[in-house]
Design a protein. Sequence first.
Length: 237
Amino acid sequence: MMQSLHRFVWRDAARRARKLLDFAETEADGGRDLVRAAELTKDPVLRRLYTVHAADEEKHAALFRGRGAELMRALPISSPAKSRLNWLTPGERGLDDLRVDEKSDASLLAFLHLSEKTAARHFGTYVDALRDDPSTAAVFREILHDETFHMNYTLAQLNRVAPRQRGLYLWRARLGRLWKAYLRIMAAIAGVIGSVLLTAQYFILIPPFAFLAKRAERREPDGWKQPPAERPFNSQY
Ligand SMILES: [Fe+2]
Ligand SMILES: [Fe+2]
């Protein structure tokens, strides 16, 4: 069922193009955060790996941007802007929430490992869903290869940096991700409730005012009305 849902999301070319451009933003943003992580870490091995990782994310951004722009150019001029449904088929979303200044090496590695693992799983699903668009599927396949490397090196480095507390860091990162998912769901629900309340206000509160305005309009005579008394014309105001 999830597979057919993914196929539905990716089927529309306009949505596909815009989603790829969104994904490019996330990847580029993640790349910048990883450059910052490379600056902050005192571990030379991690500094080198974060720099390679940042270059990979920048490459992913360019691949997504290139393919998104290609699809965009092929669209008819009057193509309607459809919802991206990014909550259903997110890109490398973990990189959105990256706060490198607040994390130790071990907690950053745990966070990155889980984000990359989720991204690799999602991108694998998109390759299957994009059977009708081999060029876009090839972009995801190429990126998936790097994401698998990111997923593996972060776990291997976590084992090196914190061999005994690896489980603890992973659990903490998992809870952080769960909390963020909860906040995202609550924000979406608040958005729906807000739209329902504003629509209800529109239909409940505005009609009485419209009725009163129409009634007042009917009482007004048509055309010019003689002022009650003659006023001297000595000012334009
Ligand atoms: Fe990536
Ligand atoms: Fe990645």
